[in-house]
Structure formats: C-alpha cells, structure tokens
Design a protein around this ligand. Structure first.
Ligand code: BDR
Ligand code: CA
Length: 308
C-alpha cells in the first residue's frame, strides 16, 4: 500500500476524506496533522480527536499550526458553526481525548523521512503546515502533495479566491514553487462532485450510529446554501481523496500555478497558466474534468465500510 498523510482542518468534508483514506485498501494512512481553517485550531483539533474516537479511526492525530504563515487567521465559522462542524441533530460526542504531543509539522516531516520519496500528502485545508515543513526542509523527500484548494475560475470565500487558498496564500504559493509534484483539486472540479439529499437518505438507510451521526452533520452541510432545505453541495475534500482512490474518473492537466498575494480583489486567487510549455514550465497538475460517475460508487462503498 502507498503511504499517505492527511493534513486537514475538520470540517465535515475533511472528516469524510479521512474516512475514505482509512477505508482504502491501496493506501496506508500514517497520521493526521491538523491545521486551523474551517475553525480555529482548538476546534479543528478537538473535532479530529472526537471523530477519531467515535469512528474508531486508528491514526495518530497531531496539532499543527494555529495561524497562517503571515497575516490574520481566517475561518469559515460564520457558515459552518462555531466549531466548524455543526449538525441538525446528533453531535459528535466530545471527550477529553488526548492527541499526540509531537507538533504536527514535525510529525509530517518525520513520516516523510521514514519512507523517503514515498509519502503522499493529502492536504484538505490551508497549506500552512505543509509550507512550514518545506520551509524547515526544502528537500523534504515527499512523493507528492495533493491539495483540495484553489480554483481555475471563480472563488467561494471571495469572488476570486477559494477558502483554503485565501486562508494562507503565502503557504499555497510556497508549495506550488517547491519543485515537488503538486496536484490541485480546486473548486472548478469539486463543484462537479456533489452530494445530494439522496446520498443522505442512503446513509440513513444504513442505520448504524455512525452513519446516522454523519448524516446529521452532512445535512447541516447540505443546508448551507439554502437554510432549512437540504440541497446539492460540492464535496470538496472527498473529491481530492477520490482522485487518489479512483483517478480514472478525472482528467488532470499540467499547468503553472501561482497564487496572488497582493491583489486587493484577488488575494488568494490561484492563477493557472495552462499554456505550458510555451508560456511557462508546469509546476502542477490541475484537475479539470470528471469523466464518469464511478467515483460515486467508490465514495459510497468506502463510506459504507467505515460507517457499517
Ligand atoms: C474548502 O474549504 C473548507 O471549508 C472545506 O473543508 C474545503 O477544504 C472548500 O473551499
Ligand atoms: Ca477542509
């Protein structure tokens, strides 16, 4: 199995990405480092520990950075609730569970060095932890970084910027400039990986405590755009996990990606130059299309395994 590391800010969709990686036979998830994003670190870390306990996830969980490389902390609490993971009903039971004492950035670096050139990092939050690891060791022997973030077109946190990119643009730009293979799973792609009230009904039909609790949290998520009425929602972070599990369902294209750092209207925008190699040398692979619906079966099969 391919060793993989998750860096996340759970977050409903981060949690589902975690469940998918944990259930995937082709991957061994070695650890989870937590970053501030959807909510401040105290919440995302607590959510991770609570989820680990409730869903019986075996991976060690490490607290990483609570602030972006520069500037102020940006969260999505206004949308997702104070802890970044509200629910319409059952709530993740909370306990005084302890995480690992090692700093998340150090744990990620250690894991990379333990299997040089083999570790894939799936990052589903702002890239602060990953960037700090690369600042500490620019030659960190990672195999690749797959990131849910950015967009080839419109944003969601601002008109131009996707949330994870906006929350730490300096970190994202540093990762794209690192020379490591980077795959961007941006909003242009994740808008095509939607979950629907039908998927929720499916989860509820499984009837287990785990499935019902996740369904209550995801129902809140499905109501974000239309209060009280579950609608369609892009499943951002699971989309990036599905790229690892089911690459046949997607098209990736080489591009040169830079992140806008100074624009008044465009800070955090991922500027993607697809005219490579004529205009620029590619530094990333950017997911651009979904070609079939096999990803949905893969999603549901792995979820059923985790929740059953
Ligand atoms: C990203 O922002 C967060 O709210 C989600 O967890 C996802 O990682 C989507 O823009
Ligand atoms: Ca996330």
């Amino acid at each position: 199995p391919v060793p993989v590391w998750l860096d996340a800010d759970p977050g409903f969709d981060d949690l589902v990405a975690w469940l998918l990686l944990d259930a995937a036979e082709a991957f061994t998830l070695q650890g989870v480092s937590i970053v501030a994003g959807n909510a401040p670190l105290e919440h995302t870390f607590r959510n991770a520990l609570n989820a680990r306990e409730f869903f019986g996830l075996p991976q060690p969980v490490y607290a990483g950075r609570g602030r972006p490389l520069t500037g102020e902390l940006v969260t999505s609490q206004y949308l997702l609730g104070e802890n970044g993971m509200a629910s319409v009903g059952r709530r993740l039971p909370t306990g005084k569970y302890a995480g690992e004492s090692e700093f998340g950035v150090n744990a990620l670096m250690r894991a990379a060095r333990e299997s040089p050139g083999e570790l894939t990092v799936l990052a589903t939050g702002p890239l602060t932890n990953v960037a700090q690891a690369l600042l500490a060791d620019p030659k960190l022997p990672l195999r690749e970084i797959v990131w849910m973030g950015g967009s080839t077109d419109r944003g969601n946190h601002t008109a131009a910027a996707e949330f994870n990119a906006f929350a730490d643009p300096e970190a994202a730009d540093l990762v794209f400039a690192s020379g490591l293979p980077v795959t961007m799973v941006g909003l242009n792609l994740t808008r095509q990986i939607v979950i629907t009230p039908r998927d929720l009904a499916q989860l509820r039909a499984w009837g287990t405590e785990r499935a019902l609790l996740l369904a209550d949290h995801l129902e809140f998520y499905l109501c974000i755009r239309s209060p009280g009425v579950p609608g369609l929602m892009p499943f951002h972070d699971p989309a990036a996990a599905l790229w690892l599990l089911q690459p046949e369902s997607f098209v990736a294209e080489p591009a040169h990606v830079r992140v806008e750092l100074t624009g008044v209207l465009t800070r955090g925008m991922t500027v993607c130059e697809f005219r490579v190699p004529k205009r620029a040398v590619a530094n990333a692979s950017v997911l651009t299309s979904v070609v079939d619906t096999a990803w949905r079966d893969v999603l549901m099969k792995h979820l059923q395994q985790s929740l059953g």
